[in-house]
Write a protein that binds this ligand. Structure first.
Ligand code: NAI
Ligand code: SOE
Length: 383
């Protein structure tokens, strides 16, 4: 019989649901020593939290997250709140010896992230950050090809994350659904919200970034703030593009915007190596496009690998070969990997320390956009 890992979740929005689904499904598909128990959920609105708890099967509700992180019946705290609460909750949870699963981006900035890393390392608690795109089988397969040396020397890494949901100038900023448009709650705009995903994947696949040069733009300068009812300056970056050098000698090109009309979540990356190139697209997430220069001359060309076979990463846990899985499965996989690492007392990547490296690149990008200069990152490899 599996041992219980009692989860205390804070926040019940989009990620509250995605993670809860992960916790509920994982034991049906993975054999694990520990399994999650949906012990309690914390949010300020008792009625809404109760409704969430009943729908998803949480045992009880707290309206103050501080009570949840101190509770004796909780083993792990899952932080699903807006970004400005990640640090305070994580540092408090570490003091109480809880394992911590924190949503991305780790923190509002590097200074805050460093305090979080110091707190969890001092407490010695298991920790991870939900950069879930690593766990989409086609992305994990790309990592396997790179680690096996199939690309040879890498020349280029290109990534973009495009959306279009903030184009209307009538969209307000701040408050419950729109905290992403307010830097006081989000830290930054697309840099921390979207590019952070691209950067985490890039550091994982292609190694550390040494320096960056960036530009940002805020297309709509003022929006009505839902908390004050007044027109207020917009403090986030609506769009951000940057160039970088990786320490392996390759060149990076990244772009993100919420103003790419027609694109909802177009996260793509392409890596060009001496012997092989790889391309991936979140909107077609089970495919990895592969160009292998070692293929016989006349047959050489881009192959679209449907990453759904039993010997592809994670796929042996699901259906029969050829049948696709989706976005939500990346969270199931992250829960499975976290629980396996937890049982073995090993780090669960990306750890807080790994995610701090992503934060360093984000801060350097924002700093370069301000100064119009190249900025050093001094990054370290991530696990
Ligand atoms: P959301 O707005 O849907 O949910 C936020 C939740 O936090 C709400 O339930 C709200 O009531 C709760 N909350 C706010 N202040 C609180 C407080 N003081 N005490 C307790 N609860 C509080 O936001 P969403 O989309 O779920 O985002 C949450 C986090 O997840 C963010 O850090 C975001 O960047 C990250 N995220 C990550 C994704 C991924 O791909 N890994 C996808 C979407 C979000
Ligand atoms: C924003 O719309 C968002 O939900 C981000 O917050 C997530 O991190 C990203 O995965 C999808 O888009």
């Amino acid at each position: 019989m599996a041992k219980p890992l009692r989860i205390g979740m804070i926040g019940y929005g989009f990620m509250g649901r995605a993670h809860s689904n992960g916790y509920k499904r994982v034991g049906d598909f993975f054999d694990l020593e520990y399994l999650p128990v949906l012990q309690a959920v914390a949010a300020r609105d008792a009625e809404k939290a109760q409704a969430f708890a009943e729908r998803w099967g949480y045992g009880r509700v707290e309206t103050d997250w501080r009570k949840l992180v101190a509770a004796d019946d909780i083993d792990a705290i899952d932080i699903c709140t807006p970004n400005n609460l990640h640090a305070e909750i994580a540092i408090e949870a570490a003091k109480h010896g809880k394992a911590i699963l924190c949503e991305k981006p780790l923190s509002m900035d590097v200074a805050e992230g460093e305090k979080m890393v110091a707190a969890i390392e001092k407490a010695g608690v298991p920790n991870t950050v939900w950069y879930n795109y690593r766990r989409i089988p086609a992305v994990t397969y790309a990592k396997q090809l790179i680690d096996a040396g199939r690309l040879g020397r890498v020349f280029h890494y290109r990534a973009e994350f495009l959306q279009d949901w903030t184009i209307s100038a009538d969209l307000p900023q701040g408050g419950a659904a729109l905290w992403r448009l307010d830097a006081a709650a989000a830290g930054s705009g697309v840099t921390g919200d979207l590019l952070a995903h691209c950067i985490d994947t890039a550091l994982w696949l292609n190694g550390p970034v040494s320096d960056v040069t960036a530009m940002t733009e805020t297309f709509v300068k003022e929006r009505m703030h839902t908390l004050t009812g007044k027109m207020e300056p917009v403090t986030i970056d609506d769009a951000c593009s940057f160039l970088c050098h990786f320490t392996n000698g390759s060149l990076g090109l990244f772009e993100s915007t919420r103003y790419a009309r027609g694109h909802k979540a177009l996260y793509t990356f392409e890596i060009n190596g001496e012997k092989m190139s790889l391309k991936w697209d979140l909107e077609d997430l089970h495919r990895l496009e592969v160009f292998d220069y070692s293929d016989a001359g006349p047959e050489r060309g881009w192959k679209s690998v449907h990453v759904t076979d039993g010997d592809h990463p994670y796929m042996g846990h699901w259906w029969v070969p050829g049948l696709a899985i989706g976005y939500e499965h990346s969270f199931v996989h992250q829960v499975a990997d976290f629980l396996e690492a937890y049982a073995k007392k090993q780090p669960a990547h990306p750890t807080f320390r790994d995610a701090l490296e992503t934060q360093r690149v984000c801060d350097a990008v924002l700093s370069s956009a301000k100064s119009h200069q190249w900025v050093n990152v001094n990054g370290k490899p991530v696990g």
